[in-house]
Design a binder for this molecule. Structure first.
Ligand SMILES: [Mg+2]
Length: 459
């Protein structure tokens, strides 16, 4: 199956017109074994909460408890899967599923909007561990297994504070630096893709929030063997660490040169060709250095907000989202394509039959027309509906028994899918996917038709 290797486009994009390509590092150029990383994060957070806030019952990490793209409702203690229109489709209170009636009562008049304080989008570095532990703490709180009864806001605040107070990210990164083979999950084609882009005259630059020590250790481990002079830095025209995205894009934060021998920082007013490695800086200075701007720059990252949304919104850079889950998502679609097709066909049949029945009833009322076959038609709708419910259950459990596919809510697009469509010009499962296309490829996107155009607008 070749699809996971593809780059998918939401908007037309001619790579020939791209002069510079910027890369995020963590989960973009460097992939980690997510479950190992999240297990470490979970253990660290749980230990801190247990020691500093409240004793907790015996809890263990469940990597399938949540998926990327879900939304926490920290007011009511619910975990939500939301469709593209902001309506809640699936909800769990802790680990207890909410019925359709309960969802309707709580969210029937509510459009879930991420600007509201009560909603937290699971799109951070520690989404799986945080989401899993939050749902477990909700259950423990409701069963009065904690030191006191907390509000759900307080439980979430506890988790957030634990993330900061444990210096979680640096703790994990120290563990990874000591044993990179165990945690890094690398595709050898990533470096091929970078070399091809460079050979085609693209300027390459790295913008990572990680510090220099970690960046150098991990990039050296992963890429040095395949680089000129056995040095990964030869791949890039510019390397920026501690970028503090999104501030890198949204402010004029100061620039510092990194002295790699002493780890000392030296303030500077601009980025120069005499020095390659910087700390902080901002996107204005990068554009000045690259002598290009806006649509001639492509930025590739895995974080919907700090990499994709803000770079496009503030600077008009073209964007490519790396979404690792795409590999298993496409595999699952392949495995279940017959089921999905059959469900769509049955839903269409039921819709046609229902319309036919409604028309007949109306004609009988208004024009005293006979109700021929009405009973058999009603039976067909009833039978179809029973089968459809079973199929829908199956489709809603593809890839994850609780949450189903990342990009779908039933047969609709999920909130995550809508965000990808809106902010990412391109998306792919990994940077390696660029190896399967030319660095000057033209992604000619012909947008999907509106419902009224379907008969006239072939796909
Ligand atoms: Mg990243």
């Amino acid at each position: 199956m070749s699809e996971p290797m593809n780059i998918f486009s939401n908007q037309s994009l001619n790579l020939e017109k791209i002069k510079a390509i910027g890369y995020d590092m963590d989960y973009t150029l460097i992939h980690y074994h997510t479950h190992l990383w999240e297990q470490l994060a979970y253990d660290t957070l749980l230990e801190y909460i247990h020691n500093h806030y409240t004793p907790t019952p015996n809890l263990t990490f469940d990597p399938t408890a949540v998926i990327r793209g879900l939304i926490l409702d920290i007011e009511l203690g619910n975990i939500l899967k939301v469709c593209q229109f902001g309506q809640v489709n699936t909800a769990y209170h802790g680990h207890t599923p909410l019925s359709s009636a309960e969802i309707d009562e709580l969210y029937g008049k509510e459009t879930v909007h991420l600007a509201k304080e009560r909603y937290v989008f699971l799109n951070t570095l520690f989404s799986l561990s945080t989401g899993c532990l939050f749902s477990q703490l909700i259950d423990a709180n409701d069963r009065q297994q904690l030191k006191q009864t907390y509000t759900y806001y307080a439980l979430y605040a506890m988790l957030k504070q634990a993330t900061v107070y444990t210096h979680l990210e640096s703790k994990l990164k120290n563990t990874i630096m000591q044993n990179p083979e165990k945690y890094i999950d690398q595709n050898p084609l990533t470096i091929e893709a970078l070399k091809e882009q460079k050979a085609c005259g693209k300027k390459l630059f790295l913008v990572t929030n990680s510090n220099w020590q970690y960046t150098d250790a991990i990039m050296s481990h992963t890429f040095n063997q395949s680089c000129d002079h056995k040095n990964w830095q030869s791949l890039f025209d510019l390397i920026i660490c501690n970028a503090q995205k999104p501030r890198f894009f949204s402010s004029d934060q100061d620039a510092f040169m990194v002295d790699t021998a002493t780890q000392m920082l030296k303030p500077c007013l601009k980025i120069s060709h005499e020095h390659k490695i910087y700390h902080g800086t901002n996107a204005h200075l990068v554009e000045e250095f690259l002598k290009t701007s806006g649509k001639e720059i492509l930025y590739v990252g895995d974080h919907m907000y700090t990499d994709i949304n803000v770079s496009k919104r503030v600077f008009g850079w073209r964007t490519c989202l790396i979404i690792r889950e795409l590999e298993s998502e496409i595999q699952a679609l392949n495995d279940y394509q017959t089921t999905i097709q059959e469900l769509i066909t049955m839903r269409r049949q039921r819709n046609q039959l229902t319309q036919q029945i409604n028309r007949m009833m109306l004609d009988a009322d208004l024009h005293q027309m006979p109700l021929l076959n009405i009973q058999s038609l009603n039976e067909s709708v009833h039978t179809l509906s029973e089968i459809i419910v079973k199929y829908e259950e199956k489709v809603n459990q593809i890839n994850n028994k609780k949450w189903g596919l990342h990009m779908k809510v039933g047969l609709q697009k999920s909130h995550l899918a809508r965000q990808i469509e809106r902010y990412a010009d391109l998306y792919a499962a990994g940077v390696y996917a660029f190896h399967y296309t030319s660095p000057n490829c033209f992604f000619d996107n012909i947008s999907r038709p509106m419902p009224h155009e379907i008969n006239f607008w072939p796909l």
